[in-house]
Write a protein that binds this ligand. Structure first.
Ligand SMILES: [Zn+2]
Ligand SMILES: [Zn+2]
Length: 167
């Protein structure tokens, strides 16, 4: 995922890369990574934008089942060797000796930021039975389930603290 700086002109140039999933060192990455980049040069800066497409194999937080999660994200990033440029998330520093721009670290970071914090195979996932462990998406069990809603806990606490206050 390297572009020779000498190949970048002040006209927009397009590049595309396919990164092998093994090279990213992200265990849940399940597909090779397609990266399309357009880039142009102005002053000491290289302004690029593009898209990253790949997929993750994730484990659902609720039912522990594996599911596919596709990534199709766009990015804008400026590579620059001008140290005094304003610090920004979308700025990567080049050293004046660099003869090429390597997109790999930026793409990897972007992928990691795109791993969802809450992993759910579906918003409707019923999860596992807390008592017998059956996957409730596929099976029913006869365990008695209390409708558990954390909001009730808050109410109970509030009630308790009110009662204590009265004493
Ligand atoms: Zn699930
Ligand atoms: Zn059960």
């Amino acid at each position: 995922m390297k572009i020779l700086i000498s190949h970048i002109s002040d006209d927009i140039t397009f590049f595309d890369f396919t990164g092998k999933k093994e090279d990213f060192n992200i265990p849940m990455l399940s597909k090779d990574v397609q990266v399309d980049i357009s880039i142009y040069h102005s002053g000491g800066s290289y302004t690029s934008s593009g898209t990253i497409k790949t997929g993750f194999k994730l484990t659902c937080d609720r039912c522990l089942g594996k599911y596919d999660f596709d990534i199709n994200t766009s990015f804008n990033v400026i590579f620059t060797s001008e140290e005094d440029t304003v610090k920004d998330d979308h700025l990567m520093l080049l050293s004046p000796q660099d003869v090429e721009i390597n997109f790999m670290p930026y793409v990897r970071e972007t992928l990691i930021l795109n791993i969802p914090f809450k992993k759910l195979c579906s918003t409707e996932c019923k999860g596992l039975c807390a008592k017998c462990g059956v996957n409730l998406n596929y099976e029913l069990c006869s365990c008695k389930r209390e409708q558990y809603d954390p909001r009730w806990n808050k109410l109970k606490e509030l009630k308790k603290s009110l009662e204590n206050a009265e004493e």
